[in-house]
Design a protein around this ligand. Structure first.
Ligand SMILES: Nc1ncnc2c1ncn2[C@@H]1O[C@H](COP(=O)(O)OP(=O)(O)O)[C@@H](O)[C@H]1O
Ligand SMILES: [Mg+2]
Length: 329
């Protein structure tokens, strides 16, 4: 089946009218979040964000990320419970509302990246102590690290996330020592599982970002999304080494495609970036789809567009949804 949804038909988000009927709405960069008291409806849109901004729409992006996350949450559930309650539509997850920890838990296995918080960006600028970790001289871009490292950042609601060391997470009072101990061992276990599963699928899980929350009973819970091409770097395993020897960047099946295309066009993260071109959006859909299909081992079943109708129906059918008129919550 061919995936064909033009950018102008892609899913930009739910309407204000629908949100007003269902519950308080928060528009994140890429998801619309409806508050349902003890639950949230996470509506994954086709908005693509990079450089902390929304650049444009990528058809099927929301579906791919929502369904791929759901797949991973299930697969990782023996390591840590996830927030997922139900997936009533390809773009929608009903999740348990948790108290999010104020740090993003990034795990990395390579010296790479192109953003201000990336290891390679800082290493290239001459830093050798990064996120509280010492790096030797003489490393090259994309080199593997001896073992995965945790590079936490603050979770900024506006502006850029700030790098922290693991020690600073605790000493700065971001997360208590005991809880952080739990977080770090869970994050490393998730990354190890993710690396193995990705490897079996012919991919390298280069790095990824986890968000954790405290759920009912004080239980550490994996929230947000997990091991997706938005929250991770994924490389095609078969060509990593040959391309490295040839001085080429690896084949990325993730958002790095977009970042590198903007960098090639001279954009350095300052000022307003140009909107995403249809060609780059289509390339991104293709890469995300390949990652989805390689990992899950199943073809993407493209959901119907325009997406608003089916998403609206799924949201209205939720037992928790507040409905206009009856006042029930
Ligand atoms: N189970 C959960 N409980 C509470 N908050 C959550 C949960 N899962 C995800 N979130 C939050 O919902 C938001 C998802 O929308 P997103 O578009 O990613 O927003 P942002 O622009 O803040 O990254 C994030 O702020 C994320 O931390
Ligand atoms: Mg987010």
């Amino acid at each position: 089946m061919t995936v064909a949804a033009s950018q102008d038909r892609a899913f930009a988000g739910i309407s204000d009218e629908l949100a007003a009927e269902l519950g308080p709405l928060r528009r994140g960069k890429v998801r619309d979040v409806i508050d349902l008291d003890d639950r949230l409806a996470l509506v994954a849109t086709d908005r693509l964000s990079a450089f902390d901004r929304v650049l444009g729409l990528v058809p099927f992006r929301g579906q791919i990320l929502n369904q791929l996350s759901a797949w991973w949450f299930e697969l990782l559930g023996d390591i840590v419970p996830s927030h997922v309650v139900a997936v009533p539509d390809p773009n929608v997850a009903i999740v348990r509302k948790c108290r999010p920890l104020p740090v993003e838990v990034v795990v990395r296995s390579r010296l790479t990246g192109s953003t201000s918080t990336s290891l390679w960006t800082m290493y290239e600028a001459g830093e050798r102590r990064i996120y509280g970790i010492d790096f030797p001289d003489g490393m090259a871009k994309n080199d593997p690290l001896p073992r995965p490292v945790i590079t936490p950042t603050t979770k900024a609601h506006t502006g850029h996330d700030q790098p922290l060391s693991e020690a600073a997470v605790v000493s700065g009072g971001w997360v208590g020592a005991e809880r952080w101990g739990e977080v770090r061992s869970v994050a490393l276990a998730l990354f190890e599982r993710g690396t193995r599963v990705a490897g079996d699928a012919g991919l390298v899980l280069v790095d990824t970002k986890y968000e954790f929350g405290i759920g009912p009973g004080g239980r550490l819970t994996l929230i947000d999304e997990v091991h997706t091409p938005d929250s991770s770097r994924l490389w095609r395993l078969a060509t990593v080494e040959s391309r490295r020897r040839g001085g080429l960047e690896p084949e990325s099946l993730d958002k790095e495609i977009v970042r590198l295309a903007y960098a090639a066009g001279g954009y350095r993260g300052e000022g307003s970036p140009e909107p995403l071109t249809p060609a780059l959006a289509a390339e991104t859909t293709g890469a995300y789809r390949q990652a989805f299909e390689a990992l899950t081992g199943a073809p993407l079943q493209p959901a119907a567009y325009p997406a608003e109708t089916r998403i609206e129906a799924a949201l209205r059918a939720m037992p928790h949804a507040r409905r206009a008129g009856n006042g029930a919550r």
